[in-house]
Design a protein around this ligand. Structure first.
Ligand SMILES: [Zn+2]
Length: 70
């Protein structure tokens, strides 16, 4: 039995804290004190005029800074 199978490690695919920001994001995803919110431009549908909403990148969600805690 030849054992020539190695696990392919996809590098640079998805790394925590390095997600691309959308124009509608106030802060990068994962920022402490931030939270997801419905995109005000498309209302959460992710579409505007039969095209992907540029504000949220078609996700319908934007990351907003939430002043929580104290
Ligand atoms: Zn949107």
């Amino acid at each position: 039995m030849t054992n020539a199978s190695e696990e392919n490690k996809a590098t640079g695919a998805e790394q925590p804290g390095t997600q691309p920001m959308n124009p509608g994001d106030e802060v990068p995803a994962g920022t402490p004190g931030s939270g997801e919110n419905i995109c005000p431009d498309c209302g959460g549908s992710g579409r505007r005029e039969n095209a992907a909403c540029p504000t949220c990148g078609g996700t319908g969600i934007v990351i907003e800074a939430v002043s929580g805690g104290a």
